[in-house]
Design a protein around this ligand. Structure first.
Ligand code: FE2
Ligand code: FE2
Length: 413
């Protein structure tokens, strides 16, 4: 009964939200009309002074590397491009309807920043894999979790309950269904179709948790880009720390899109560098990811093949670690001295016994990358073994650093 009431309440509240602003609808439609020039879009925007002011502010923001101040809306549209203008307008409407305030450090604020970071990641991936127009990917990334934003905004207490239950669970959508009797992908489709946004965008929002071959395969590159962007944003700490097993969908989408190691490095680097600018653009507040500020920044990556789980290695580099790849039989106490050891071996080789033996031999902290426990972190302080997901995030590294900071290193030597 409670569940039924919740469902009706939430869906009713979504139906009762103000409609997509008319000016925004006209801009979305105008952008689908190839014959409409920037001048035409600019004249629609000019009818709404508040919107025009926001567009001008963005056109002059560092995100667009602006040289020389622009004061005319028509020049702003030319500088940004019509698709980017459309994305901004939709992003602003999303922010007005479901965004969090600039100061918000709540999970809702974190989620809005996750959406913006996913947008930056999606556009970067699109550029790397030659998907055109790349701005389309920006919008898909920005809106993929609009259903979650709606839950956080409309029923915040239920949202917190979902988060508490979802941590370490393999299936966020199942948790959502158990609390609100629907899930954020279904709510997202409802919101976007109510707003009259293109069906392709609704489908991406609806399918972005479905990492099956049938869904990713076929001609669904934009979906794969969005799914991958979602993971990259989480890896870099832009998101809620819901510990989940991302290994399968990362492998599937990266392979499907044919990403090279240099693409992966670029995407992580772009996220680190450009997300703050995008946050400012969408009034999403500060970065608010946990600090990774350990003084000991050396990681030894124990692997037989450098390609094994390379995303983890790239993330460590991005977090300022000096990294070194060492074959298991070449590991010496000297190499390990002062470093955190990551065991990145093939499945089965990274057993707890192996980790404990290595930790004992080299007397250093050892990190075991594990797929089997839906991403739950564990720390055996006596053996100095940490267990984190195979595809780990900045949150996992920050968690390890925090525990190492509390150790009395001289006693351990
Ligand atoms: Fe999602
Ligand atoms: Fe997401």
């Amino acid at each position: 009964m409670t569940m039924l009431r919740n469902k009706i309440g939430l869906v009713d509240k979504i139906e009762a939200l103000p409609p997509f602003p008319a000016v925004a609808t006209r801009i979305v439609t105008a952008c689908e009309n190839a014959n409409l020039c920037a001048e035409g879009i600019a004249s629609i925007i000019s009818e709404d002074p508040a919107l025009a002011a926001r567009i001008l502010r963005v056109a002059n923001s560092p995100f667009y590397g602006a040289a020389g101040k622009i004061t005319q809306i028509s020049r702003a549209v030319v500088r940004l491009g019509t698709i980017a203008v459309r994305n901004l307008v939709i992003g602003m409407c999303t922010n007005d309807a479901f965004g969090a305030s600039r100061e918000s450090v709540s999970s809702h604020g974190v989620l809005w920043r996750h959406s913006v970071a996913s947008a930056v990641a999606a556009e970067t991936i699109a550029v790397r894999v030659g998907f055109k127009p790349a701005e389309e990917a920006f919008l898909a990334g920005l809106l993929h979790d609009i259903g979650q934003l709606a839950i956080a905004k409309i029923v915040p207490a239920d949202f917190e309950r979902i988060l508490a239950a979802a941590s370490g669970s393999a299936d966020l959508l199942a948790v959502e269904r158990s609390v609100i009797n629907t899930d954020h992908t279904k709510l997202g489709v409802r919101i976007l179709s109510r707003w009259g946004l293109p069906a392709a965008l609704c489908d991406i929002t609806g399918d972005h948790h479905d990492a099956t071959d049938a869904v990713i395969g076929g001609d669904r590159r934009l979906l794969a880009i969005t799914m991958l962007a979602d993971i990259y944003a989480e890896l870099m700490g832009f998101g809620l720390d819901i510990q989940s097993n991302r290994a399968n969908s990362l492998a599937q989408t990266s392979q499907y899109l044919g990403l090279s190691p240099s693409d992966e490095r670029t995407i992580l680097g772009t996220l680190a560098q450009r997300t703050d600018e995008a946050f400012a653009m969408f009034e999403a507040g500060g970065r608010a990811t946990p600090d990774c500020t350990a003084t000991n920044k050396r990681a030894v990556w124990i692997a037989t093949d450098a390609a094994d789980n390379r995303i983890g290695l790239l993330l460590l580099e991005q977090l300022g670690y000096e990294t070194q790849i060492v074959a298991p039989d070449a590991l010496s106490a000297e190499t390990a001295n002062g470093a955190i050891l990551f065991i990145a071996l093939n499945e089965g080789d990274e057993s707890l016994a192996t980790a404990e033996r290595i930790a004992r031999d080299v007397r250093g902290p050892v990190v075991r990358l594990d797929d089997t426990d839906s991403g739950r972190r564990r720390h055996d302080g006596a053996a100095r073994v940490f267990t984190i997901p195979r595809v780990f995030s900045l949150f996992d590294v920050a968690w390890i650093e925090e525990r190492l900071n509390h150790e009395h290193r001289p006693d351990r030597r």
